[in-house]
Ligand binder design. Structure first.
Ligand code: SF4
Ligand code: SF4
Length: 111
């Protein structure tokens, strides 16, 4: 017991103050994908390559709608790789939610 206390006093605290102080993800971290509506051409490439199939392209009332569900996203980055700038993986990792619906994001454009 005394040895552990001595070691702790020597090394100091090894834990961070998260969540009181935000823990910034390191460079290259693959977090929440973000859709950029002004850059999307609704080509569907991201839909075709998404391994778990959590991106959908639909048409409704004269609008093309691109929807992404963070519920099931494996943060592989394939969508970002094939897209020419309309999907960016961010450093955000706080995606816990009680409702599946809260984990949907979408962009739309008139056809
Ligand atoms: S996000 Fe990119 S790959 Fe997906 S439909 Fe839009 S332009 Fe195409
Ligand atoms: S990061 Fe991977 S799993 Fe997530 S939406 Fe993009 S392609 Fe799909």
């Amino acid at each position: 017991m005394f040895d552990i206390l001595k070691k702790t006093l020597k090394t100091g605290s090894q834990t961070t103050k998260y969540p009181q102080i935000p823990d910034i993800a390191p460079a290259g971290f693959r977090g929440k994908p973000e859709l950029l509506s002004d850059k999307c051409t609704y080509c569907g490439k991201c839909v075709a390559v998404c391994p778990p199939g959590v991106i959908w392209l639909t048409e409704e009332k004269g609008e093309k709608i691109l929807t992404l569900s963070y519920c099931g996203c494996i943060f592989c980055g394939r969508c970002e790789e094939v897209c020419e700038g309309a999907i960016k993986l961010t450093g955000e990792y706080e995606l816990a939610s009680k409702m599946k619906e809260d984990l949907l994001t979408s962009i739309r454009r008139k056809t």
